[in-house]
Design a protein around this ligand. Structure first.
Ligand code: F6R
Length: 364
């Protein structure tokens, strides 16, 4: 059942190119996005004036990354909320908003409660859900199914990757309908999405280097992930992967926040992972990495092929293929999944069933 892999997590990491391709193909028709099966018409999209993305855990991190993509492409305000916070704070909701609830299982108690709250307030709801017929899928007004297939490992990988695709597709279609991108840009974005499965495959094929690096880092006490913008959202997911399966304390910080307190935690040899996929923010994050290094940090850089001058700063670098910066999360997350996995294996931990965690969180 593990198809020759030692753990479900590694099997599911390898299933990502197919899961991403399947999810994308499910909403493409003749090279265009077609949301008719989801039941969202262009007229309805035109009416939507803001978007709330509500989720827990990794699905929330998809929301964080999507917010940048959505606001940049569509120019509508997007709010990303933790379901467990949203539901208890009497939120002010706009009647013309779309609430997008992201959930692999479709059964997460807080996400389901947030969906019901939105429905009670008369807000249109859409579920981005993996499990067919789950509670969120049944109760949402519209469902965008991710085609990841069954995910067994507690730590999500392929569901996360397909949720990102769903969010990109919505952003691109909204941008087209609302006229914030040209027809040409629309086609370019779709073509770029179609290249992601092969690029993900290339990163996976290169995993031995990460395995080596992970074996050296297995005794780390703390790891810090830093980035700006989308790279901050990627950092959050990288940090969660690390802590949940390797039991190493880790934190994600917006790189610009370091000097507002966190940098006092950097000691000799502390591993700091800088995520640098966004050209406009590259230099800024490099300078934050330099600040960490001068306090003794050991630096890993995660950036795009071509940014070779990172090697002047970083002690170890992982390169990912080039893509449109909006979609960089889909590639940058893969080495971070692999890193968490290999550290967990190096420590001899139960990768697929980390302590204290359940696959589906049906208690509040
Ligand atoms: C982390 C992870 C969790 C889930 C979260 C939401 O690897 O898997 O953080 O993302 O529990 O679960 P779903 O998506 O089922 O609502």
């Amino acid at each position: 059942e593990k198809a020759g892999f030692e753990h479900f997590m590694m099997k599911e990491i390898h299933e990502q190119p197919k899961a991403v391709r399947d999810t994308l193909n499910s909403v493409l028709k003749d090279g265009q996005i077609d949301l008719s099966e989801i039941g969202l018409s262009d007229e309805e999209i035109q009416e939507i004036s803001q978007v709330y993305i509500i989720a827990c855990g990794s699905a929330y991190h998809v929301g964080m990354a999507s917010q940048y993509v959505f606001e940049d492409m569509v120019r509508v305000p997007v709010r990303v909320e933790l379901a467990s916070e949203f539901r208890y704070r009497n939120p002010i909701l706009d009647q013309k908003a779309l609430a997008v609830i992201i959930s692999q299982s479709g059964e997460t108690a807080d996400s389901l409660a947030a969906l019901r709250l939105c429905k009670n307030e008369g807000i249109r709801t859409m579920g981005i859900v993996n499990v067919v017929g789950s509670s969120i899928a049944r109760e949402a007004d519209n469902v965008f199914y991710t085609l990841a297939g069954p995910e067994i490992s507690v730590a999500t990988t392929k569901a996360y990757s397909t949720q990102l695709i769903a969010a990109y597709v919505l952003a691109i279609q909204f941008a087209k309908v609302k006229g914030t991108i040209s027809e040409e840009q629309y086609c370019t974005y779709i073509k770029e999405l179609e290249t992601l499965p092969d690029k993900i495959q290339r990163i996976i094929d290169d995993k031995e280097r990460l395995q080596w690096f992970a074996s050296k880092q297995a005794n780390s006490k703390d790891v810090f992930f830093i980035g700006r913008g989308i790279d901050y959202a990627i950092s959050m997911e990288g940090s969660l992967k690390m802590k949940e399966i390797s039991y190493i304390h880790s934190e994600a910080y917006a790189a610009g926040e370091l000097k507002h307190g966190t940098i006092s935690l950097i000691e000799d040899g502390t591993l700091v992972i800088g995520v640098l996929t966004q050209p406009a923010l590259y230099e800024k994050t490099v300078s934050n990495m330099v600040e960490c290094k001068s306090r003794g940090a050991y630096l890993m850089g995660l950036t795009t092929f071509g940014n070779y001058n990172i090697e002047d700063t970083a002690d170890f670098t992982v390169y990912i293929p080039k893509t449109d910066p909006h979609f960089a999360t889909s590639l940058a997350v893969i080495p971070l999944q692999l890193l968490g996995y290999f550290v967990s294996v190096a420590k001899g931990l139960d990768v697929d069933k980390p302590r204290n965690l359940a696959k589906s969180v049906t208690v509040e």
